[in-house]
Design a protein around this ligand. Structure first.
Ligand code: HEM
Length: 456
């Protein structure tokens, strides 16, 4: 079946109708994770291959040059496109899915929310949440890093976006977003027992919560809030007082931001702690830097953005963890016209996925790519060699926020506790859209650091 026609990327389009969808699903459902589907094919066909998934042609492409051409959208030849299931779950007006002009409008409205000023308050908010959580940790207790960081990320996102920080509303949000994430890679079948259907139901419940909230704010029932939703609602364009975005756009994008900032962060934090634990030299250098920061800044006060800016080694640890883990494995686009990329013909309408993981693990781009070595930066910061947050006009809006959360979590964990890992299994969680460690990385807290004979 594997034929290679000159000009067209090599690869197999599999069986009639289903293409290679079954192989793709088999990878999603295995402990190696969905990327195994891509990895095995790039080994067989090289840096660019094509396949057929869910009835559509997909091309996967690696390399810094094509990444640059596609992500810069040279000549306006590409737009963003997710698989049908993902697009339906986040909504057609989501920033993640919106096409070129529509995307520009929404991004321009949301961008001011991610200012340095807002990042600065967010750092303090997140630090307070981490301290509140760690205050409940006791000596000898078992912590699942994935669960702890997911709870923290959910709280932080819900508080920042819609002022929900506790109670049943927060639990509902967390549960519904989990269901939504689990449905992202599912077959788009609307039958009540399917994963996809459950995801759609979760989406509907989140949309209902947001609709009720927006209604109460408009009618004045809700008390005045200082959050992203309020800022979007207050953003008027004309005297009639209509918000710049439609209600559907507002709801889809609040949902998008809650979703985009949860599993991604939690998974990244989990991999980061695992890598740090597995590399004692890195841990020691990190600890030294962080204890110094603690001495200068955090002994009696909250972490600030300025303090995070002092964490030069920790920032490299965060970046290296993101490179190694490649939580978002490829960046999905669609060709708007026939074109040639890397010597291969790409036809209009084909999905073109930039394989970020393979660029992160390419030995010609990063020396010894399997080694966790934060000191490789900044020397190895070649253009388009680090795509954890994408690049260009569709790059992650929450990048600075995500890095800040990882730094705060790292700082508080490293300076306050000693722990030991109790499961080194590296299996990948099935059905996870973002690379997730199956074990969730359980650790046992041993004692509080720096306080003689004092246990947690
Ligand atoms: C470690 C955590 C995170 C990672 C690895 C990550 C990664 C990414 C990636 C790879 C993209 C898509 C780039 C593309 O297709 O070209 C993206 C888009 C996006 N991310 Fe993140 N993200 C993270 C956290 C967050 C957070 C905390 C938020 C905050 C709300 C956020 C909001 C968004 C939004 C709104 C987009 C769509 C941007 C657009 O299309 O204009 N992300 N992210």
């Amino acid at each position: 079946k594997a034929k290679s026609t000159v000009g067209i990327p090599p690869g197999s389009i599999g069986l009639p109708f289903v293409g290679e969808t079954l192989e793709f699903i088999a990878a999603i459902n295995s402990s190696k994770g969905v990327y195994e589907f891509v990895r095995t094919r790039s080994l067989r066909y090289g840096k660019c291959f094509k396949t057929k998934l869910f009835g559509e042609t997909h091309v996967f492409i690696s390399g810094r040059e094509p990444a640059k051409a596609i992500l810069n959208n040279e000549g306006g030849r590409f737009s963003k496109k997710y698989m049908k299931s993902i697009a339906e779950l986040v909504g057609r007006d989501s920033l993640l899915c919106a096409a070129t002009q529509h995307h520009k409008l929404i991004r321009a409205t949301l961008l001011p929310l991610f200012s340095t000023h807002s990042l600065s308050s967010f750092v303090q908010l997140f630090d307070a949440l981490v301290l509140e959580a760690t205050a409940t940790w006791t000596c000898g207790s078992l912590l699942i890093i994935q669960d702890e960081s997911l709870k923290l990320a959910c709280k932080a996102m819900c508080k920042m976006l819609i002022s929900v920080e506790s109670g049943s509303e927060l639990v509902t949000m967390q549960n519904e977003v989990t269901r939504l994430s689990e449905a992202m890679l599912a077959l788009p079948l609307r039958l009540p027992w399917t994963r996809f259907y459950k995801g759609l139901q979760a989406r509907k419940r989140i949309m209902d919560i947001l609709e009720k909230d927006i209604g109460e704010r408009r009618s004045g029932i809700a008390s005045q809030r200082v959050d992203f939703l309020q800022q979007i609602l207050d953003n008027k364009v004309n005297e009639d007082g209509f918000p710049r975005l439609t209600d559907r756009e507002i709801k889809d994008n609040i949902l998008t931001m809650i979703f985009a900032g949860q599993d991604t962060i939690a998974n990244a934090m989990t991999w980061m702690i695992k890598y740090v634990d597995e590399n004692p030299q890195v841990f020691n250098t990190l600890l030294k830097e962080q204890l110094q920061i603690e001495k200068n800044v955090t002994r009696n006060s909250n972490l600030t953005l300025e303090a995070l800016n002092e964490m030069s080694y920790a920032s490299k640890v965060v970046k290296e963890a993101l490179r190694m883990a490649s939580v978002v494995q490829w960046l999905p686009r669609v060709a708007l016209e026939d074109c040639v990329i890397e010597g291969f013909k790409i036809k209009k309408g084909w999905n073109v996925n930039i394989d970020a993981r393979s660029i992160h693990h390419d030995p010609t781009v990063h020396n010894d790519p399997t080694v966790f070595n934060p000191s490789r930066f900044p020397a190895e910061s070649k253009a388009y060699s680090f795509l954890a947050f994408g690049m260009g006009g569709r790059a992650c809006l929450g990048k600075n926020m995500a890095e800040a959360m990882m730094l705060v979590f790292l700082h508080r964990l490293v300076t306050n506790y000693k722990w030991k890992s109790i499961d080194s299994d590296s299996s990948i969680q099935k059905w996870a859209v973002f690379t997730k460690l199956k074990s969730g990385y359980p650790i046992r807290l041993i004692s509080k650091r720096g306080v003689k004979n004092k246990t947690v």
